[in-house]
Design a protein. Structure first.
Length: 265
């Protein structure tokens, strides 16, 4: 008993199978014989059926197409039809039934070659193992920035002249003359004002001031009133909150009895 072993390759479709048969026969696609390729194709399908392999519909459609093309080529050519001198039909001018199939095979071979090339690139790249990039900034040399980068000579001259002007103003000494007034003198002025209104007279604090006084004179006036209150010569009060301060004289008629000599500021 003889045992026959079949080894069938897996094909992606009928065009893949036809291209395999053509390459196996070592013939040019342009010169393919429909009769031979059809016989080989049908033999392959019969082998698949014998092995109870699943034959998809697209393989059967291609088988029907090849059988149709083979039958057309085996039929005798129709006679030459001559209508008149201007119209003539030659059977050789009819379209070759192989043309469309050959064009499909050429396109399929081209894309299959591209797919094989990309598959090879994928396999080649899969053999390369890479890692994520690391931050190498700490290992880079530190480059000090130039503080005068982008400046021109004219800019440096302007900065130098500006510094000279600042230095000149800094060295300028200003002498300020201030008219000093003591608390003792201001007490005498306040008492004189109160004496003009008599004992029990009242004067508003704002009346002791005028617009020509500076801050120093206002402060001295306020200190003079505090000293008079300390000596119990005047009484100060307000009728309402935030009203003007009312100064009332409570001392003697003369100012000689005031101990203003003890005040040294």
């Amino acid at each position: 008993m003889t045992t026959v072993t079949y080894k069938l390759e897996a094909f992606e479709g009928p065009l893949d199978l036809l291209l395999h048969l053509i390459d196996k026969a070592e013939i040019d696609i342009q010169n393919v014989s429909i009769s031979e390729i059809t016989d080989q194709y049908m033999e392959y399908l019969n082998t698949m059926q014998e092995l109870e392999l699943d034959v998809t519909s697209e393989f059967l459609v291609m088988a029907a197409t090849l059988l149709s093309m083979k039958s057309k080529l085996l039929l005798p050519k129709p006679p030459v039809i001559e209508w008149d001198e201007d119209f003539y039909m030659d059977p050789e001018d009819e379209l070759d039934p192989r043309a469309e199939l050959i064009q499909k095979l050429i396109e399929y071979r081209k894309y299959k070659g591209i797919a094989d090339h990309l598959r090879g690139k994928e396999l080649e790249r899969s053999m390369i193992f890479s890692r994520e990039p690391e931050d190498l900034t700490p290992f880079m040399p530190t480059v000090q920035e130039n503080p005068v980068e982008g400046l021109h000579t004219a800019d440096l001259i302007k900065a130098f002249q500006k510094a000279l002007r600042k230095a000149t103003r800094r060295n300028t000494v200003a002498r300020i003359h201030r008219d000093e007034i003591s608390v003792k003198d201001r007490i005498r002025d306040v008492v004189s004002t109160l004496h003009r209104v008599g004992r029990g007279g009242k004067v508003l604090f704002s009346k002791l001031l005028n617009e020509e006084m500076d801050r120093h004179e206002i402060v001295v006036t306020f200190l003079a009133i505090l000293e008079l209150m300390k000596m119990k010569q005047i009484r100060c009060y307000q009728d309402h909150l935030f009203d003007d301060i009312v100064i009332e004289w409570k001392g003697d008629e003369s100012i000689d009895g005031l101990q203003v000599n003890e005040i040294n500021y």
